[in-house]
Design a protein around this ligand. Structure first.
Ligand SMILES: NC(=O)C1=CN([C@@H]2O[C@H](COP(=O)(O)OP(=O)(O)OC[C@H]3O[C@@H](n4cnc5c(N)ncnc54)[C@H](O)[C@@H]3O)[C@@H](O)[C@H]2O)C=CC1
Ligand SMILES: CCC(=O)/C=C/C=C\C[C@@H](O)/C=C/C=C/C=C\[C@@H](O)CCCC(=O)O
Length: 258
């Protein structure tokens, strides 16, 4: 898919990875981006900054807690009502808080599943749309274990398993939709700083042993991996790890011919 005149919806679009993706989408001449986020102040601020940079009417902020089915569907509807179409859905919002693990699973996994199905409803060729691409944000710990963050790791493994499987569901394929996921290593965002405030065993260990010593994926490395996945018409069910300084690599499912 090329980006010209297309429309994207990005959850967690107010900040971090979602904001960086939205910026790049607009720089590639997308018609508009819908920033879907629970943080109203940041969301309004980011939308305003994008309109100043790319022109009036290019960014729409939708206040939404992705754990609410009603709010998430309303965001998809607002996006199509505002821009007239939807082509790319990034299910990206996420948190790291092992103490609030049920909430974390709701945000990191359930909302990714719900967002994917809503993308089929609002982008699907059988539903009046033009087809499109769903990009789900997992993590490197969607592929490898991580002690002290068992539920975060489970939620991100869930995103990988769901993406690999949903991509080949007839209802998804027959609606002209591809589904991919990214598995970045640590990225240059405030994600861990926010996680420190909320507290978890993992962030205590991380802060003591790893902070400042782990290289970060740069936004440019991450966004170019996502752009490639969106542009590549053969990328479906693809799970791409993103490693600082080394770029993006597709990771196939394990070969079980034992
Ligand atoms: N930063 C990192 O090192 C890595 C992050 N990830 C994943 O990338 C995704 C984005 O993370 P970052 O941009 O780094 O974090 P961030 O904290 O900078 O941005 C996350 C955004 O999601 C929003 N959000 C949180 N809960 C929400 C909810 N219930 N409803 C709607 N919006 C909500 C926040 O308000 C924020 O704007 C997450 O899924 C995270 O797990 C994956 C690998 C590495
Ligand atoms: C180590 C830095 C870190 O844990 C930052 C975490 C930020 C977000 C949580 C998660 O989505 C990302 C984890 C990134 C880990 C990065 C580097 C390595 O420590 C992992 C290498 C994989 C392994 O454990 O073998």
């Amino acid at each position: 898919m090329n980006f010209d005149g297309k429309v994207a919806l990005v959850t967690g679009g107010a900040d971090g990875i979602g904001k960086a993706l939205s910026d790049v989408f607009l720089s590639k001449n997308m018609k508009g981006v819908c920033l879907v986020d629970v943080n109203e102040d940041k969301g309004q601020e980011t939308a305003k900054a994008f309109e100043e940079k790319y022109g009036a009417g290019k960014a729409k902020f939708c206040k939404c807690d992705v754990t609410s089915s009603e709010q998430l569907e309303a965001a998809f509807k607002t996006c199509v009502d505002t821009f007239g179409r939807l082509d790319v859905a990034c299910n990206n919002a996420g948190i790291l808080n092992e103490y609030k693990w049920k909430l974390m699973v709701s945000i990191n996994l359930n909302a990714v599943i719900e967002g994917t199905y809503l993308a089929v409803k609002y982008m699907g060729t059988k539903n009046g749309g033009n087809g499109g691409v769903v990009v789900n944000t997992s993590s490197v710990v969607g592929l490898v274990p991580r002690q002290y963050a068992a539920v975060y790791t489970a939620s991100k493994h869930g995103v990988v398993g769901f993406t690999r499987s949903a991509a080949f569901e007839p209802d998804v394929v027959d609606n002209g939709i591809r589904v991919v996921a990214i598995c970045p290593m640590a990225v240059e965002t405030e994600f861990m700083a926010i996680a420190y405030e909320q507290g978890s065993k993992y962030t205590e260990v991380y802060r003591n042993e790893m902070e400042g010593r782990v290289p970060r994926v740069k936004f440019e490395e991450l966004t170019s991996a996502v752009v490639q996945l969106i542009e590549d018409k053969d990328a479906n069910g693809s799970i791409n790890v993103i490693v600082p300084g080394k770029g993006s690599k597709s990771i196939p499912p394990p070969n079980l011919n034992l």
